[in-house]
Design a protein around this ligand. Structure first.
Ligand code: G3P
Length: 217
């Protein structure tokens, strides 16, 4: 499973990247706003740091302007994935931009039918939002499973990029279902390491190390 980091916080990306945990990065207008940085400048910095796809989202809502914005974003670096919303115009932009050889991430996906349309429009990635479905008492993981079944039934190569990940359980559940990629905030990825029994076991070992004066170096 590929791990993308859902942030425009460059130091946070660098920390995970140094550990080999970063297969790509996703950004969106809200994350760019949170970073307080210029979109083109921060996106370039991320692209220089990370080898894998870096999603950068268009700001327009009509296809022609999305395509123009996508072409400009794609010039930032060879690893840009242009992110477009799952609207009819977004699908038009997806088709044109993929045919021009760009990676395209179709975002704000909340239904299996939307995911089917994105695959037919040639999307490189489809981004179903798990957490936001859970927020309205629907099951985001059911959507991931449905898209997996549909894409496998017909051999669509669009990668399922599970987004709006809020918990570590979302990540392991996506892995069990077979999502190709998860994108999660750095804090969620880092908290995957935590387990109370690990902490408890380590405390016991440290007590015995101290009591027995065990020394290696
Ligand atoms: O990649 C999309 C993601 O950033 C949305 O997450 O937590 O705002 O629903 P969230």
């Amino acid at each position: 499973m590929k791990f993308f980091v859902d942030t425009a916080d460059v130091p946070a990306i660098a920390e995970l990247n140094d550990l080999g945990m970063v297969d790509g990065v996703t950004t969106n207008p809200s994350l760019i706003k949170k970073s307080g940085r210029d979109i083109l400048e921060v996106t370039k910095e991320i692209c220089d740091l990370v080898e894998g796809p870096v999603s950068a989202e268009v700001t327009a809502t009509d296809a022609d302007t999305m395509i123009a914005e996508g072409r400009k974003l794609a010039k930032i670096a060879g690893n840009i994935a242009v992110k477009v919303p799952l609207t009819w115009d977004g699908l038009k932009a997806c088709k044109v931009l993929t045919e021009e050889g760009n990676m395209v991430n179709v975002t704000l996906c909340f239904s299996a039918n939307q995911a089917l349309l994105a695959a037919k429009a040639g999307a490189t990635f489809i981004s179903p939002f798990i957490g936001r479905l859970d927020d309205i008492n629907l099951d985001g993981l059911d959507l991931i499973a449905d898209i997996r079944t549909i894409y496998d039934n017909y051999g669509y190569e669009t990668e399922i990029l599970a987004a709006s990940i809020r918990t570590v359980n979302h990540i392991s559940d996506c892995a069990k279902i077979g999502a190709d990629v998860i994108t999660a905030p750095p804090a969620v990825i880092k908290s995957m390491v935590s387990h109370p029994l690990t902490d408890k076991g380590l405390d016991a070992f440290l007590a015995d190390i101290k009591a027995a004066k065990i020394s290696i170096l």
